[in-house]
Design a protein around this ligand. Structure first.
Ligand SMILES: C[S@@+](CC[C@H](N)C(=O)[O-])C[C@H]1O[C@@H](n2cnc3c(N)ncnc32)[C@H](O)[C@@H]1O
Length: 113
């Protein structure tokens, strides 16, 4: 692990955890986030609030999650900031040409601390 990697592992509840993601995004002035495993988009909304226009890529392997997430993005008025992708997050990441200020891995539970 290098200083460029941050591992968030704590007993915080979901709201506290997600607002930490928001704070992290704002603190480093992040403009782009690639989220691996976004489910129904709760954390995605907080990333979108932090980074602004078209800054977040949502990924999930389950299309039902994506459909539900899209409804929440509309309700939270952040749809314009998020690009949704279905499929394996690692494969989708490997297809990206750009660099990201933050890559948030929420699929690989085996390597969580
Ligand atoms: C813990 S949930 C994500 C929660 C979300 N990041 C949040 O905080 O609101 C993990 C999600 O990862 C998705 N997932 C698991 N393996 C995946 C993979 N290889 N590629 C894409 N999505 C995956 C699951 O469908 C599930 O919705």
């Amino acid at each position: 692990m290098t200083s460029e990697h941050v591992v968030l592992a704590s007993p915080l509840d979901l709201f506290q955890f997600s607002t930490r993601l928001y704070q992290l995004g704002v603190m480093i002035g992040a403009k782009s986030v690639f989220e691996m495993g976004s489910a129904i988009g709760y954390s995605t909304i907080w990333w979108a609030r932090a980074v602004g226009d078209q800054g977040v890529i949502y990924t999930d392997g389950d299309p039902k999650n994506s459909a539900e997430a899209r409804r929440y993005f509309d309700r939270a008025e952040v749809s314009g900031r998020i690009t949704g992708k279905n499929g394996d997050a690692l494969e989708l990441l490997s297809e990206q040409k750009q660099e990201f200020d933050i890559t948030f891995n929420d699929v690989d539970k085996e390597h969580y601390i």
